[in-house]
Design a protein around this ligand. Structure first.
Ligand code: SF4
Ligand code: SF4
Length: 225
């Protein structure tokens, strides 16, 4: 059903894998009947990483986020039509948790972690999920489902060589420490508001420099880099 709607990747995680989620951000805190979590992704075009202007990257991100949200709504309705109770999760905004002092926002569910639990890849030191076939050029969506299903295995491949830290060194504001992003440092570049009021993504260096940006095994895609 998900691939019919145009998703590039999908997987299922059982609720038990979220046992260590912070209080308030566990799927059960969002929808108490959750038994399994469907996580899916649409890929972004890779060549935008190499454009000199920030507009193509900003536009592609905005479009794919809207597309993932549209797919989540369609999936949710289709599951309901089959009698399966479910709740959709936004791909990005909105969220309620915001620390003004730290300029730190927290989505109701970490889709990167949900994607790991659903077998879609592993987290890199740049804090992005890396999938073996699609690299880090993915936008995620999720549906919380009130039913248990046979779920996917967690990915076993390695994504970051121990000696690699190119993404950390490439961040112009030192916002990365290998496990988290300092949003206060990153936000002025990744969500830059121009004089016209447009919010532009002025930096994507940590995504671009990763040798696995296009996927671990995709030599065909690597030609685009
Ligand atoms: S988007 Fe830019 S500023 Fe933000 S963490 Fe990545 S490299 Fe650093
Ligand atoms: S640049 Fe290197 S350390 Fe950073 S995410 Fe990619 S493989 Fe991992």
């Amino acid at each position: 059903m998900t691939f019919e709607l145009g998703v590039d990747l999908c997987g299922l995680a059982p609720i038990e894998r979220f046992a260590d989620a912070p209080k308030g951000f566990n799927p059960k805190d969002i929808y108490s009947k959750t038994e399994s979590i469907l996580v899916f992704a649409k890929r972004l075009p890779i060549t935008i990483l190499f454009a000199e202007s920030c507009i193509p990257y900003t536009q592609a991100n905005s479009l794919v986020t809207a597309e993932v949200d549209r797919i989540a709504l369609s999936l949710s309705l289709r599951l309901e039509n089959k009698g399966i109770a479910n709740v959709l999760i936004p791909s990005d905004d909105p969220y309620e948790s915001w620390n003004e002092k730290k300029k730190h926002g927290q989505a109701i569910l970490s889709l990167r972690h949900a994607a790991v639990f659903a077998g879609l890849g592993k987290l890199g030191k740049n804090n992005l999920l890396i999938n073996d076939m699609f690299g880090n050029m993915l936008q995620f969506g999720a549906i919380l489902i009130a039913q248990s299903f046979e779920c996917d295995e967690i990915a076993e491949y390695a994504v970051c060589p121990e000696s690699c830290s190119i993404c950390l060194q490439s961040c112009p504001v030192n916002a990365l420490d290998g496990t988290s992003v300092n949003q206060k440092a990153c936000r002025p570049l990744s969500n830059f508001k121009n004089a016209k009021g447009y919010v532009l993504k002025k930096c994507w260096a940590c995504r671009k420099v990763c040798p696995n940006a296009a996927g671990i095994y995709r030599s065909d895609m690597k030609n685009l880099q």
